[in-house]
Design a protein around this ligand. Structure first.
Ligand code: ATP
Length: 254
């Protein structure tokens, strides 16, 4: 916990190797419960591997990942979820033949809530997302953008201390991305929940995040606020092959 009583995830010198491939090398970062923290980098930078480590799907080859001193994922993804780390997936994992409301209710019950409280939480999350009219809709009839939004709602229904969002805006048009960015920026205040946001859409990253960590080839190349990251020469080089003149262009980078 930090001095204000908010939970902290500490990533200390984490490396992950797959055979001879170093997916992450000596990466350290701290995530706070009350902020949106961006993780960016070109394709193959190691972002998804970091999400897998943070959610207990992948054990680090070296280093440690702890939430307030408790090792995350010591016993796999379920123990990570139990101590308060929720996530979404690049491909949604909703129960497709159940309704949106049922999916969120089941998630909240999985976090230990009784039926009545779980239903209430599901309704509150759908209201917050402006999706209350979807409660009775089956998930197999959702548009791609709505499926991704409901995936975030499902992760939040578990009442996590941190939620890891892996490319939530992929496949969304500009208006949908913009609405999603505002929604993500409001998660810490609304749910007392820190956010790790991976996103190739730079407008979403720059608009939603207070701090941004940049990986390239599995290594940290920069960390700072959006303005500092946009003008960082190493970040420009990683994204633009050193052709950029004025910093990372705040448009889609991949
Ligand atoms: P993208 O933006 O393309 O999704 P990323 O930043 O999420 O990329 P990762 O998917 O974490 O990057 O991959 C980092 C490196 O590790 C890549 O070289 C990838 O090929 C490799 N890698 C990831 N998972 C595995 C695996 N299970 N086995 C072998 N190599 C892997």
């Amino acid at each position: 916990m930090n001095e204000r009583g908010f939970a902290t995830i500490t990533v200390a010198n984490v490396s992950v190797a797959f055979g001879g491939i170093a997916a992450l090398t000596d990466v350290s970062m701290k995530l706070q419960q009350r902020e949106v923290f961006g993780l960016i980098g070109p394709n193959g930078a190691g972002k998804t591997t970091m999400v897998n480590v943070l959610s207990g799907f992948q054990r680090p080859t070296q280093g440690s990942v702890t939430l307030d001193g408790i090792e995350i994922g010591a016993r796999g993804p379920h123990s990570a979820a139990r101590i308060g780390v929720g996530r979404t997936f690049q491909a949604g994992r909703l129960f497709r033949d159940l309704t949106v409301g049922e999916n969120l209710t089941i998630a909240a019950m999985g976090a230990g809530m009784g039926m009545r409280k779980a239903r209430w939480r599901a309704g509150a999350i759908l209201n917050w997302m402006g999706c209350e009219d979807m409660a009775q809709q089956r998930c197999d009839s959702l548009s791609y953008g709505n499926e991704r939004r409901i995936g975030i709602g499902r992760a939040l229904a578990l009442a996590p201390k941190f939620v890891l969002l892996d490319e939530p805006a992929s496949g969304m048009n500009d208006a949908e991305s913009d609405a999603l960015m505002r929604l993500i920026a409001s998660i810490p205040g609304e749910f007392d929940c820190g956010v790790l946001l991976i996103e190739h859409n730079m407008e979403v990253i720059m608009g939603a995040c207070e701090r941004i960590h940049v990986l390239d080839g599995g290594r940290t190349i920069a960390e700072g606020n959006p303005a500092a990251i946009m003008h960082n020469p190493d970040v420009r080089r990683a994204y633009l092959g050193d052709k950029g003149k004025g910093g990372v262009t705040p448009v889609k980078a991949a």
